[in-house]
Design a protein around this ligand. Structure first.
Ligand code: CUA
Length: 175
């Protein structure tokens, strides 16, 4: 990844240098301005339509799924999910339950007693499985079904003060 970013950076710097050199070399050449302006306006109109189509289409495809959790909440309501209340506060998570079963949907109802925190669930290799925000005066619902037994890590994802890095807890999932 680092090699790729390094190569990309060098390539882009070279492109910038090439563009600047091109402009510097051409700067002495005199040309009639009117046709250039007309051409630029044409390019701009076409570009506008292209952007409108690309962005419009992306919006239709990506925003029609919002809110992302609506399916999950419906599943949780139907499947009698375990409901767990989570209160984040500087610098710990209070949870009404910390042991869960494999295959059973869990509905985390996440809020905060003070400032904004994050609520991220990680597996044993610290790969994030799902996350939501813990916000004061608001309850975020997060549905997750664990498919493997083990110890899972909950970590705060939002800088929330001096001991943010130490804010976390563990939960257990059994067969
Ligand atoms: Cu709580 Cu960072």
């Amino acid at each position: 990844m680092h090699d790729f970013v390094w190569l990309l950076t060098v390539s882009l710097v070279l492109v910038v240098i090439a563009v600047f050199s091109f402009i510097a070399l051409k700067s002495g050449v005199k040309k009639d301005y009117d046709p250039i302006v007309k051409k630029a306006y044409r390019i701009r109109s076409v570009w506008f339509v292209v952007l409108l189509l690309v962005i419009g289409t992306s919006f239709v495809f990506t925003l029609s799924d919002l809110p992302y959790n609506k399916g999950g909440q419906a599943i949780a309501a139907n499947a009698n999910a375990q409901v767990v209340d989570v209160v984040a506060k500087q610098f710990a998570f209070e949870m009404s339950q910390k042991e869960f079963k494999v295959g059973e949907p869990v509905l985390f109802r996440v809020t905060s007693a003070d400032v904004n925190h994050g609520f991220g669930i990680y597996d044993e290799n610290l790969i994030m499985l799902t996350q939501t925000q813990a916000m004061p005066f608001y309850v975020n619902e997060l549905v997750y079904t664990f498919d493997k037994p083990g110890t899972y890590e909950i970590l705060c994802l939002e800088y929330c003060g001096i001991a943010h890095h130490a804010m976390g807890t563990k939960i257990t999932v059994v067969e």
